[in-house]
Design a protein around this ligand. Structure first.
Ligand code: SF4
Length: 73
């Protein structure tokens, strides 16, 4: 299972992540994205949702590997 976090301070509520993976992300009462089900979509769709975020508020980690944003070496 992926570890998915949304930086709500950074989130501007654009809804792109919800559109890409509605089974995983939903907007909360304040219009900020939250993770409702970390297994609600294929891993590739979750990474695509993170990539779709205009303000890079979503971090996706698989075990010891950060999938998005791609860590700088
Ligand atoms: S795509 Fe980014 S800014 Fe838009 S709702 Fe999702 S986390 Fe927030």
């Amino acid at each position: 299972m992926l570890s998915i976090t949304v930086n709500k301070t950074r989130c501007i509520g654009s809804g792109d992540c919800v559109e890409t993976a509605p089974g995983v992300f939903q907007l909360d009462d304040e219009g900020k994205s939250q993770v409702v089900n970390p297994t609600g979509a294929a891993d590739s769709s979750i990474v695509a949702a993170a990539r779709s975020c205009p303000v890079k508020a979503i971090t996706v980690v698989d075990g010891d590997t950060q999938l998005y944003p791609i860590p700088k070496k």
